[in-house]
Design a protein around this ligand. Structure first.
Ligand SMILES: Nc1nc2c(ncn2[C@@H]2O[C@H](COP(=O)(O)OP(=O)(O)OP(=O)(O)O)[C@@H](O)[C@H]2O)c(=O)[nH]1
Length: 393
């Protein structure tokens, strides 16, 4: 293939990649990696153009000098971009120092007119050094980006090391190899930058999915305990009603307010209070079915909605079990805390068919327990066969 075509293809690809990286660098919250890679691509483009234009007008040594000095910058920017993209603790100054050494070598080689083999060997060594750093780093961090993209970067960079270290020897032995070598190098560089481009996109997608998951968590979960929040409890209740509507099935809304929780905060600190609330949440989860709904709706207020009950009386048994669990001492930072709980229960459909109504009844039953000495449970009066049941633990 004529060298004009090879260089035109190479230049076009580099330009497209430079623009893509520039565009990606502007995506909000994207790190600095793509910006450095856009710079690297622009230097790769400049090196190709310079080589191509100078070769036809001046001597080979000058064309190689300009080409070599620009390519060295490209490799350094590529390495710095990787450091930034992966958030590595590598000081840029080491890479700048390596670049300065490479540039010095290229300049001295040109000025002192050293043998072409020595000149090419020096440049190949510096470029292979940068590429080895990239290959090794990408390999080390191969699990940081999904779909093995860093592994691909590592493999192609290693192939480019071989390419640089062998090309100058082959150039000497087979002069016609120059165009083929450029073509091969361009292809490898293309795959290398494509893997980086895909890695940036993959990282972007990962952050998007993570942000969506966080937003959903915030919408549906109580951040302290991980239980459902009140808003999501309403949605879940609607769904649960569809199942409870089957003949002879009912549901129970169990309203739980911890007794004497405030002194824990006051005496041991808010962070200990938080841990106690988390433990309570864990106990509620552990002692209910996966189809039941557990939510924290206030400071020390929890709601458990037991769906798919065969008999209304089951609600009292469940409340009794939960109360037994909740009064077990809780240990935080080697301190033991004994809590109580006041529990009020309402039943669907006996007391109402909306969550608002059922919560109101369960809340009022819970207050009855608070007023009559705390630490017990009660089903809201008038629940048919279940009637009112109070138990003091
Ligand atoms: N640690 C912690 N405390 C909270 C949180 N939300 C609310 N609280 C506290 O929980 C306490 C709840 O108050 P009360 O229900 O009156 O406290 P109590 O001692 O259980 O009172 P009784 O229910 O009458 O036994 C308040 O002191 C709130 O500041 C939270 O997220 N973490």
């Amino acid at each position: 293939m004529p060298s004009e075509i090879v260089h035109t293809i190479g230049c076009t690809i580099y330009l497209v990649f430079a623009l893509l990286f520039l565009w990606m660098g502007r995506v909000p919250r994207t790190n600095a990696g793509p910006g450095w890679w856009a710079g690297a691509m622009l230097f790769a483009l400049a090196s190709r153009l310079a080589y191509f234009l100078l070769l036809s007008r001046t001597d080979l040594a000058l064309a190689v000098f300009v080409y070599a000095s620009l390519v060295a910058v490209e490799k350094a920017l590529l390495a710095i971009g990787l450091v930034e993209f992966l958030g590595l603790q590598v000081r840029h100054r080491w890479l700048w120092a390596a670049l300065a050494a490479a540039e010095l070598w290229v300049l001295l080689a040109w000025l002192s007119d050293v043998h072409p083999v020595a000149r090419s060997l020096g440049l190949a060594l510096f470029n292979a050094g940068f590429l080895s750093f990239i290959a090794w780093t990408a390999y080390q961090r191969r699990n940081d980006v999904p779909n093995h993209l860093m592994l691909l970067t590592a493999v192609v960079s290693a192939a480019l090391v071989l390419h640089w270290m062998s090309a100058f020897v082959i150039f000497q032995a087979v002069p016609g190899w120059r165009v083929t070598g450029f073509l091969l190098g361009t292809l490898l560089v293309l795959v290398q930058y494509m893997s980086l481009l895909a890695a940036v996109l993959m990282d972007f997608q990962r952050r998007l999915v993570q942000a969506e998951a966080n937003a959903l968590d915030m919408a549906f979960q109580d951040p302290l305990t991980g239980l459902n929040n009140q808003r999501y409890m309403n949605t879940l209740f609607e769904k649960a009603l569809v199942l409870a509507n089957r003949p002879h099935q009912s549901a129970a809304v169990i309203f739980i307010d911890l007794d004497n929780f405030k002194p824990i905060n006051d005496l041991a600190g808010h962070h200990v209070g938080d841990e106690v609330l988390r433990t309570v949440a864990g106990r509620l989860k552990k002692n209910t079915r996966s189809t039941d709904i557990c939510a924290r709706i206030g400071g020390d207020e929890f709601v458990v909605i037991c769906t798919q009950l065969d008999r209304a009386e089951q609600a009292g048994d469940i409340a009794s079990k939960l109360l037994t669990e909740l009064i077990q001492p809780i240990t935080v930072e080697e301190r033991h805390f004994a809590l109580g709980a006041s529990i009020g229960i309402s039943l669907y459909p006996a007391h109402g068919d909306t969550l608002a109504k059922l919560l109101e009844y369960a809340d009022s039953a819970m207050y009855q327990i608070k007023r009559s000495g705390k630490n017990g449970y009660q089903i809201h009066p008038g629940a048919g066969a279940a009637g009112a049941a109070a138990a003091a633990a």
